[in-house]
Design a protein around this ligand. Structure first.
Ligand code: AMP
Length: 504
């Protein structure tokens, strides 16, 4: 089937052609005619499947007739994060470039005045995060009585982030005679109950088994002592053909520390997490998408839905607490038909979390090693982080058979209240964080200052790579400002020419 057979208007066909699409993806093939017909949709699809176009294209055609009145949007799209909302708006602008539709973005962290001005002019497509949307409504700046199409995107993510009460309130404010399109990557019972409450006789569309990792992502697990993680990450960045990479940490604080550490070594790395001001988040993501920055160290705020063209690698610096997050993280690569590689750095005590991931994806993640680093084995019994340093993990080593046969139950409890990402409140109490924090090492500033510029530039020859910082006297820093580096034990490999490692 091609786009003409699906029944898009000539203007949209042109926009789709301009975007370089030749054939509709499975979700587009199924959803576009249904949306065009006016039926409700319950879509179970991951990001990366072409889901956005599956609702945006038919919506644009439907909204082409008619005009928006001041403060009365004609359609509403609710997204869980500001980044996703921004991305969806960009998609509407792109697909709608041959139409005269107006779009507006209502997200936290942006100026109210600007958003209100846009609303005053009349908006066809309003894309919002729930908190900001309700804020404006309660201040009388927006009327929802004209909304004829509602899209609830990434519903399971909204649930995780504690947004469901806000979403329920928003839905209660909308006209009953509307079309509702409801998408979720997974369909647990509570999401299904919500869908039942919001949808009217929906057509169910499911294009991928829930939580199945993208087939185009080659996955690897590297097990090592926790103190070897930074070495491992750097070695992988050197040995892999990293065009651009997302590096996920479980904690926002660790995102900052690791990013500073990488930057000190001359790598072009930036940080992204929910505590950063919105303009900074937007700017950082844009610089990463345009290739100005090659490495983005991020919290799970970047795990869902972000579309980074041709992302070559995802590194899980920490094993995610929730198995589903693993699927979303690695799904940032291997998109749009391109291959990607993901490496998960696990310490022995991460065994239960790895087991939960493997149970969810229904496969074992192939174990890989990193040259010159002592491999370790997962411990599925413990949970407590061992104290002390040292490379050997033999005290907690398990046999390979055990590694294969034992799995821990998938964690039910959710964590991370997503501070700073419009979350009103966490849905559940965060579970105790078992991942080791990245501890700032006091000797780092001396090491960074002493680091010869040449080997770094040679090892990381990205055009955007910054030269090592100018040498300077180490400054005493307060604890929070210290950055992680390699202490006094700068790995020898940084001084040697790169060689390929860790290819399975
Ligand atoms: P989404 O799942 O909506 O985030 O889309 C994932 C990526 O697939 C985006 O980069 C889209 O531009 C791209 N895409 C969407 N539809 C198609 C299509 N029919 N052919 C090729 N790429 C597509």
């Amino acid at each position: 089937m091609n786009f003409t057979e699906i029944g898009l208007s000539p203007e949209l066909l042109q926009a789709v052609l301009d975007a370089g699409y030749t054939t509709p993806t499975p979700i587009q093939e199924q959803a576009i005619p249904v949306v065009a017909s006016g039926r409700d949709v319950l879509g179970c699809a991951q990001t990366g499947t072409g889901k956005t176009a599956s609702f945006a294209l038919p919506m644009i055609d439907k909204l082409a007739a008619g005009r928006a009145r001041a403060r009365m949007p004609r359609s509403l799209i609710i997204e869980p994060t500001r980044e996703l909302a921004t991305q969806v708006q960009a998609a509407f602008e792109g697909y709608g470039k041959h139409h005269r539709l107006s779009t507006a973005l209502l997200i936290g962290g942006s100026r109210f005045a600007e958003q209100e001005r846009k609303l005053d002019r009349g908006v066809d497509v309003l894309i919002a995060t729930p908190g900001r949307m309700l804020d404006l409504f309660e201040r009388g700046k927006i009327l929802l009585s004209d909304v004829r199409i509602l899209v609830i995107d990434e519903a399971d993510r909204m649930l995780d982030m504690g947004f469901i009460p806000d979403v329920e309130r928003i839905v209660s404010l909308l006209p009953k005679n509307r079309q509702t399109l409801f998408f979720s990557a997974t369909m647990p019972p509570e999401i299904r109950r919500l869908a039942d409450a919001f949808l009217n006789d929906p057509v169910e569309i499911s294009v991928a088994p829930p939580a199945s990792p993208a087939e185009l992502v080659e996955q690897f697990l590297v097990i090592m002592a926790p103190e070897d993680k930074r070495d491992a990450l750097l070695r992988l960045i050197v040995s892999e053909d990293v065009k651009n990479a997302l590096i996920f940490c479980n904690r926002k604080r660790d995102v900052d520390i690791l990013q500073k550490s990488l930057s000190r070594l001359g790598l072009d790395a930036a940080a992204l997490h929910g505590d950063l001001p919105q303009p900074k988040r937007t700017e950082t993501l844009e610089r990463f998408k345009t290739g100005e920055i090659r490495l983005l160290v991020a919290s799970d705020v970047a795990a869902r839905g972000l579309d980074i063209q041709g992302l070559s690698h995802v590194f899980n610096y920490d094993v995610p607490h929730h198995a589903e997050d693993y699927v979303h993280r690695i799904g940032r690569t291997g998109r749009a038909g391109r291959k990607g590689r993901s490496f998960t750095l696990a310490a022995p005590e991460d065994g239960k979390m790895v087991a939960a991931i493997q149970k969810l994806i229904g496969n074992e993640i192939p174990v890989s090693t990193v040259a010159d680093l002592a491999p370790a084995a997962l411990d599925f019994e413990g949970g407590e982080r061992r104290r002390g340093r040292g490379r050997s993990a033999s005290a907690t080593r398990t046999s390979p058979e055990r590694t294969r046969s034992r799995t821990a139950p998938v964690e039910k409890e959710r964590a991370d209240p997503r501070k700073g990402s419009d979350a009103p409140a966490p849905r559940a109490r965060p579970r105790r964080d078992r991942a080791a924090p990245i501890e700032p090492r006091s000797g780092e500033s001396q090491v960074a200052a002493a680091l010869p510029a040449d080997p770094v530039v040679k090892l990381f020859p990205h055009p955007a790579a910054r030269p090592a910082e100018p040498r300077r006297q180490p400054q005493p820093q307060p604890d929070e400002q210290r950055v992680v580096g390699f202490g006094d034990d700068l790995p020898d490999f940084l001084k040697r020419a790169p060689r390929v490692a860790a290819r399975a």
